[in-house]
Design a protein. Structure first.
Lengths: 298, 304
C-alpha cells in the first residue's frame, strides 16, 4: 500500500514537474479560452439576444451568466478529458525512457504499477479541473452569478465523474501505446478532436443529423451536457422568473446541448449520470482485463 | 565457493531470431563475473530473463537456490541492476527518484533516510540530493544509478555496460565502490562490458556469440587457451627481430614478437641472449581472446 502511495506521488510529481506533459495538457483549454475571448463569446451573446422574443428585455448580467456558463462547461468538458490523456501519457513515456523496466526490476506487481498510473492520473486531472472550476466560479461571480449551492455541488460531481471518465478512457487507450509517434498522434487527435466531438467548440445541435446521432453514442457528450445543465441552471431559472416563455427557455436549452437526444428521445439528467458512471466502470474493467491478459504474454 | 547463479539450457527466441540458444553457466558467490559479446550476442536477453522481465522459452534459472519459476519476487529482491542508460526520472530530484524506487522494496521513512545517507556517503552524492536528475552530468547520474541499484542491499549487482561514456574519474570511483562492496558485503557482480581491461579483472568470463557460449574460463585460462604471449624488445634493429623466427610487428620504441607461450619465450631468450637486453614479456590481452574466439573485435563499445 505504501509502495502504491509513493508510486502515485511519483507519478503526480512527474506530471507537474515535466513541462512537456503539463503544458501540453493545457493546450486545448487555452485554445478554447482564446476562441471565447476572440469571437465565440460574442457569437453566443448575439445568438442569445436573437433567440429572445421581440421586445423582451434581458439584463446584461443574465446574458453574461449564460455565456460564462457555456465557457465554464466547455472548458471543463475538455479539461477533464485532455488533462487526463496528457497526465496518463506518463505510462507511455515510462516505456520509452526505460523507467518502466526499472520499476519492474523491483518485486512490484504490474497491477500496482497500473493502478499507480490510474490513480495519479485521476488525482492530477481532478486538481487541474477543480482549479479551473474555481477560476470559472470567480469569473461567473464577476460577470453574473445565478448558481445555487446545489448547482455548485452538482458541478463538482459532474467534474469528478467526467474526470473519472477521462482517466478510464485514457488508461484504456494509452496502455496500448509504446512509441513517441503513437503518443504524439493520440495527443494531437485528442487535443484537436475532443473539443469538437464533446460540443465544447460549438454545440452539437449545430451539427448535421447523422453526426449528432453518431456523437450521441459517445459517453463523453453526456458529461459536457451535465456540466452545461448545472452551470446554466441558475440562469435558466432566472429567465423563467423574469417571465420568459417556457418554449423560449427550452429552445435555448436545445440549441446549447442542455437537452440531448438519443435517436430522437430526450435523455434525462439521471440517464446522463448513469451513462457516464457505467462507461467509467466498463472502461476500468476493460483496463484491468487488458493488464491481466498482458501479464500472461511477456 | 557456492554457486549463486545457476543457468541451465536457457533458450529464448523472438519469432525467427534465436537470441539465446542452450546457454548454461554458473556464477560463484562474491565473484566478479564478466559476460562478453558484441551487440545482439544475447547478453541483454539473458539479463532480462534473469531479472524476470522476459519469459524464457526453455531452461532453468536458479538464483541463490531459488528457481525463477517458483519465486520471482524473492529473486528480484536479490538483484540490483545498473542499466546501460540511466532510467531514472529526469524531471525529479535525486531524493525523489530514490524514494520512489526504495518504496518498491518496502523501504521508506527512517529506514529509507538511513540507507540514503549510507549510499550518499559511499557514492559521494550528498550534495546532489536536491538536484534534478536531468541536470546532472553523466558521471553524477551514474553514481545515482548505482545508488538506486544498491538501495535494497542486493546479493547480486548486475552492471550492464556501466562505464560506457564515463570519465576516468567516475570510472575509478565506480570500480572502487564495486570492490568495496565485494570485500565488505561479499556481493556478486555480474558485468557486461565492452572494455576488455575491465573484463580482464573478472574472476570468470563467459563469451557469447550468436546466442551461444563460445568460450568461458578465468581470464588467465582464456588467454592461455586462445592467445599466445608477446615479447616487446627495445633498442634492436628490425633484422635482429626477424632473426628470432617468430611473427613480429613494429611498435613505437621497438618490436613486438608473438610467441606461443612463456616456455617458448624462455627458450628464445636462452638462444639469443645478445638480443634480449631490454625487453618485457606479457600475456595476450582479452581483446586478443575475444578476437580469436568470435572473429570480432570489441573496441570501446563498437563492433569492428
Amino acid at each position: 500500500m505504501k509502495a502504491l502511495s509513493l508510486l502515485i506521488k511519483r507519478n503526480c510529481k512527474m506530471f507537474f514537474k515535466d513541462k512537456g506533459l503539463f503544458f501540453t495538457s493545457l493546450i486545448t483549454p487555452l485554445i478554447l479560452l482564446v476562441l471565447y475571448t476572440t469571437f465565440l463569446g460574442e457569437v453566443y451573446r448575439d445568438s442569445f439576444k436573437m433567440s429572445l422574443p421581440q421586445g423582451m428585455e434581458i439584463p446584461e448580467r443574465l446574458i453574461e451568466a449564460c455565456v460564462g456558463g457555456q465557457l465554464f462547461s466547455s472548458l471543463l468538458a475538455v479539461c477533464c478529458v485532455t488533462v487526463a490523456f496528457c497526465s496518463n501519457m506518463l505510462m507511455v513515456q515510462d516505456k520509452m525512457t526505460g523507467a518502466r523496466n526499472d520499476l519492474l526490476i523491483a518485486p512490484v506487481k504490474k497491477s500496482t504499477l497500473a493502478f499507480g498510473y490510474y490513480i495519479a492520473t485521476a488525482i492530477t486531472t481532478l486538481i487541474v479541473c477543480f482549479v479551473a472550476a474555481l477560476a470559472s466560479f470567480i469569473y461567473l461571480a464577476c460577470v453574473g452569478w445565478y448558481l445555487s449551492f446545489a448547482d455548485v455541488c452538482l458541478l463538482f460531481l459532474d467534474i469528478f465523474l467526467l474526470s473519472m471518465f477521462g482517466t478510464a478512457l485514457s488508461s484504456m487507450i494509452n496502455c496500448f501505446l509504446s512509441t513517441q509517434g503513437q503518443m504524439s498522434a493520440v495527443g494531437t487527435i485528442v487535443s484537436a478532436g475532443y473539443g469538437f466531438i464533446c460540443g465544447a467548440y460549438m454545440p452539437i445541435s449545430q451539427f448535421s443529423d447523422g453526426l449528432q446521432k453518431a456523437i450521441s453514442l459517445l459517453p463523453g457528450t453526456y458529461g459536457t451536457s451535465l456540466i452545461r445543465n448545472h452551470a446554466l441552471a441558475g440562469a435558466f431559472e432566472e429567465m423563467a422568473a423574469q417571465g420568459f416563455p417556457v418554449e423560449v427557455v427550452e429552445s435555448i436549452k436545445n440549441s446549447i446541448d442542455c437537452n440531448l437526444y438519443f435517436f430522437g428521445n430526450e435523455v434525462s439528467v439521471g440517464a446522463m449520470y448513469a451513462v457516464l458512471a457505467v462507461s467509467v466502470l466498463v472502461l476500468l474493467g476493460a483496463y484491468i482485463l487488458v493488464h491481466k491478459l498482458s501479464d500472461k504474454k511477456k | 565457493m557456492e554457486n549463486i547463479i545457476e543457468i541451465d539450457g536457457l533458450y529464448k527466441s523472438f519469432k525467427e531470431v534465436k537470441a539465446v540458444q542452450n546457454i548454461s553457466f554458473r556464477v560463484k558467490r562474491g565473484e566478479l563475473f564478466a559476460f562478453l559479446g558484441v551487440n545482439g550476442a544475447g547478453k541483454s536477453t539473458t539479463i532480462s530473463i534473469l531479472c524476470g522481465q522476459l519469459k524464457k522459452d526453455a531452461g532453468r534459472v536458479k538464483i541463490d537456490g531459488v528457481d525463477l519459476d517458483t519465486d520471482e519476487d524473492k529473486i528480484k529482491r536479490d538483484l540490483g541492476v545498473v542499466f546501460q542508460n540511466s532510467v531514472l526520472d529526469k524531471a525529479l530530484t535525486v531524493r525523489d527518484n530514490l524514494e520512489s524506487r526504495a518504496a518498491l522494496y518496502g523501504i521508506y521513512g527512517k529506514e529509507f533516510e538511513r540507507r540514503l545517507d549510507e549510499l550518499a556517503d559511499l557514492l559521494d552524492f550528498k550534495a546532489l540530493l536536491s538536484r534534478t536528475v536531468g541536470k546532472l552530468s553523466g558521471g553524477q547520474r551514474r553514481r545515482v544509478d548505482i545508488a538506486r541499484a544498491l538501495l535494497h542491499k542486493p546479493k547480486i549487482l548486475i552492471l550492464d555496460e556501466p562505464t560506457t561514456g564515463l570519465d576516468p574519474q567516475t570510472r575509478k570511483l565506480l570500480w572502487g565502490v564495486v570492490s568495496e562492496l565485494r570485500r565488505t558485503e561479499d556481493m556478486t557482480v555480474f558485468l557486461t562490458t565492452h572494455y576488455m581491461e575491465e573484463a580482464a579483472e573478472a574472476d570468470y568470463v563467459v563469451i557469447l556469440d550468436g546466442g551461444r557460449i563460445v568460450a568461458e574460463g578465468t581470464p588467465l585460462q582464456l588467454k592461455n587457451e586462445y592467445t599466445g604471449d608477446f615479447i616487446t624488445l627495445y633498442g634492436i634493429e628490425e633484422k635482429q627481430a626477424a632473426l628470432l623466427g617468430a611473427p613480429y610487428e613494429r611498435t613505437t620504441n621497438g618490436y613486438r614478437i608473438s610467441i606461443q607461450n612463456t616456455a617458448t619465450a624462455t627458450d628464445m631468450i636462452l638462444k639469443n641472449p645478445e638480443v634480449f637486453t631490454d625487453y618485457e614479456i606479457v600475456k595476450g590481452k582479452m581483446d586478443d581472446v575475444f578476437l580469436a574466439v568470435t572473429g570480432k573485435s570489441l573496441m570501446g563499445g563498437e563492433e569492428k
